[in-house]
Design a binder for this molecule. Structure first.
Ligand SMILES: NC(=O)c1ccc[n+]([C@@H]2O[C@H](COP(=O)([O-])OP(=O)(O)OC[C@H]3O[C@@H](n4cnc5c(N)ncnc54)[C@H](O)[C@@H]3O)[C@@H](O)[C@H]2O)c1
Length: 255
């Protein structure tokens, strides 16, 4: 193997219409994979590519089972799953948060990942082969005020990854996780516009002094989905410009 090569791989990507998921679809197609892209948004058809576009709400088990079957019908099999569907927290102070908002975030960010792993895992277990990549966050590694449901879900994704990797390793299924830092996606651009994210503060706190690009998460997902990661399972890879490595006081320059 001279380079990361996904030729001949059949890949299902959730959240494939925007941000990190869209970057994964684009890169995996470029690396030779066949891709089925799932999203809750209907396919818009404005930027046609070679991906099969499927619609589902990952919180609904029947939807997960249906799109898994549709992806297998379209591609013949699923070799790799990349779970990018997700929603942000509300940034509301905890004492004003609603239980409904907590539940919706946990449903999408944690239960949705679990249901897709389970649906596709049934197929991969039969084939005794496969790779799954889940998307956690730096918010699943450290405590962030007001982001209870998101942080608990993203920490849960890390442990879900470890427990599935432990159970399914003997079946030839690898399960890994990426913990991105702040990445410039439509989700984060909205949070910046709403003054919920201060890019200057993030740049000062990040050793590499910038936000990430969606393709930098796609690169890590391609590596973890490829034969180059053939002995890696249960791992969480921070892709965060050093955010989670830094433990000093205040801004990186002042620490
Ligand atoms: N952008 C960041 O800085 C960042 C950092 C860490 C983790 N993440 C995680 O990365 C993932 C992708 O985030 P993004 O920034 O690309 O967001 P995004 O909003 O740009 O894309 C998310 C996609 O998921 C889809 N989606 C949402 N709910 C869904 C559901 N119930 N069923 C199916 N699809 C659904 C959306 O329609 C959208 O296309 C999320 O899990 C997010 O928590 C993002």
């Amino acid at each position: 193997m001279s380079a990361i090569d996904l030729a001949g791989k059949n890949v299902l990507v959730t959240g494939g219409s925007s941000g990190i998921g869209a970057a994964v679809v684009e890169l995996f197609l470029a690396l030779g994979a066949r891709v089925s892209a799932v999203d809750i948004q209907p396919p818009d058809g404005s930027k046609p590519d070679a991906a099969t576009r499927l619609q589902a709400d990952v919180c609904a088990e029947q939807d997960c089972l249906r799109v898994t079957a549709e992806a297998i019908a379209a591609m013949g099999s699923i070799d790799a799953l990349v779970n990018c569907a997700g929603i942000p927290d509300t940034y509301t102070p905890t004492l004003s948060q609603s239980a409904q908002s907590w539940q919706r975030i946990v449903d999408v960010d944690l239960t949705g990942t679990y249901l897709m792993c389970k649906a596709v895992g049934t197929h991969m277990a039969q084939r005794r082969s496969g790779s799954m990549v889940n998307i956690s966050s730096i918010v699943g590694l450290g405590g962030f005020p007001r982001r209870n449901a998101y942080g608990a879900s993203k920490a849960g994704v890390i442990m879900l990854t470890k427990s599935l990797a432990s159970e399914w390793g003997s079946l030839g299924i690898r399960v890994n996780c990426i913990a991105p830092g702040y990445i410039r996606t439509p989700l984060v651009e909205t949070l910046i516009r709403e003054n919920k994210v201060d890019t200057g503060q993030i740049e000062r706190r990040t050793p590499m002094a910038r936000l990430g690009h969606p393709r930098e998460i796609a690169h890590a997902a391609a590596y973890l989905s490829s034969e180059w990661a053939s002995f890696i399972t249960g791992a969480t890879l921070p892709v965060d410009g050093g955010w989670s490595a830094f433990g000093g006081a205040g801004d990186i320059g002042a620490a």
